[in-house]
Design a protein around this ligand. Structure first.
Ligand code: SIN
Length: 353
């Protein structure tokens, strides 16, 4: 019996040394690649012209070999496209794969490499439909992989550091760019060309990376991931929601066309605090009468779109987007429409998420 115990202990010790040597005790992080500038190739090391979505996931992993010190890495190529071509169908594919992987006990977290142009939309969609509190981190690059001082490798390295860290559990879907950690609900690309383009304009960064380690300075207080009521496990197609962008002098043509084309919902990106002009106020009221829910959002980049300021939302049965930009409002409205068309219920969701 004593011999058996000793033998067992020796086996465990040898097993643990072997696992250490092979890195099997390290967190397991999947990198799902979708394209973007991080996978882009330019004509030269100095030109700013390039084609996004060319380089494969294996090459992205090879560009930051130091990630193998942080985690066991597995790469998957989901799509390889510039993110302006990202579609709702792609979101569903990514969300389902993320949920499948995170349901496995041996998966610690996921990094998704993605073009920066629509990264905040994919991140917000996932924030609402991922059914796990394990970390999901999106990362991209502003410089293509062939440019001098490309930012992709460091962003991937830091994204893996966040995805592999126990500190990241329960934080919701995040974006890691330029040494910052951003929450999906607030992250916004704010400059067309700068490396330091992503900001959290309303609530500030979730945290930073220092010495390759995540340092969190706040939590996102909106509902997300395991607390979200939205589920796309059995969904193949999402409701159609149009955004109409308001400006001085806009006529009602665009709202009327959206209604005629059979959209399921409309987000109106109004001026100031989400205000439509008179022509569009009437057109939006008509849309509601046709059974098409309307969310008022704002083209003003920062701050909430609040209820009942210049517009009597109860009278028109509109909902207001609070801190959601028009493009994030569209995503939340698409998911909300799978459950309800009631403007008060939709309003509750906009306050909670
Ligand atoms: C894209 O979004 O695919 C192009 C721009 C970028 O990744 O920075």
């Amino acid at each position: 019996m004593i011999m058996n115990k000793r033998f067992l202990f020796s086996c465990l010790l040898i097993g643990s040394i072997a696992a250490n040597l092979c890195g099997q005790d390290k967190p397991r992080v999947y990198i799902l690649a979708t394209g973007g500038t991080i996978a882009g190739i330019g004509a030269s090391e100095t030109s700013s012209g390039y084609i996004a979505g060319v380089v494969s996931v294996d090459k992205i992993i090879q560009s930051a070999p130091e990630i193998l010190q942080l985690a066991q890495i597995k790469g998957e190529q989901v799509v390889n496209i510039p993110s302006q071509d990202m579609s709702e169908a792609d979101w569903l594919i990514i969300a389902k794969r993320v949920n499948q992987l995170l349901s496995q006990a041996d998966v610690t977290g996921i990094v998704i490499t993605h073009g920066t142009d629509t990264m905040e939309e994919t991140a917000f969609f996932l924030n609402l439909v991922v059914k796990s509190d394990k970390p999901v981190v999106l990362a991209g690059a502003m410089r293509p992989s062939t440019e001098i001082s490309a930012d992709g490798p460091m962003n991937v390295y830091e994204a893996v550091a966040v995805a592999a860290s126990p500190l990241s559990i329960g934080k919701g879907v995040m974006i890691v760019m330029d040494d910052k950690i951003l929450s999906a609900d607030d992250a916004m690309k704010t400059m067309t060309t700068a490396l330091e383009t992503f900001k959290c304009p309303n609530f500030g960064f979730l945290g930073y990376l220092w010495d390759s380690k995540p340092i969190f300075t706040r939590n996102s207080l909106v509902k997300h991931t395991i607390h979200s009521e939205f589920d796309v496990a059995d969904v193949d197609i999402l409701p159609k929601v149009a955004i109409v962008y308001g400006y001085a002098g806009i006529d009602s043509l665009f709202v009327a066309t959206a209604v005629r084309k059979g959209v399921n919902g409309i987000v109106y990106a109004g001026v100031g605090n989400g205000n439509p002009n008179t022509a569009n106020l009437n057109a939006l009221a008509d849309a509601v009468k046709h059974g098409i829910p309307v969310v008022r959002s704002a083209r003003t980049p920062f701050g909430p779109t609040t209820q009942h300021d210049e517009v009597d939302d109860d009278k028109y049965r509109f909902s207001a987007s609070w801190f959601k930009t028009p493009e994030k409002s569209r995503i939340l409205l698409m998911l909300a429409l799978m459950k309800t068309k009631d403007y008060k219920e939709i309003q509750r969701m906009f306050v909670e998420y």
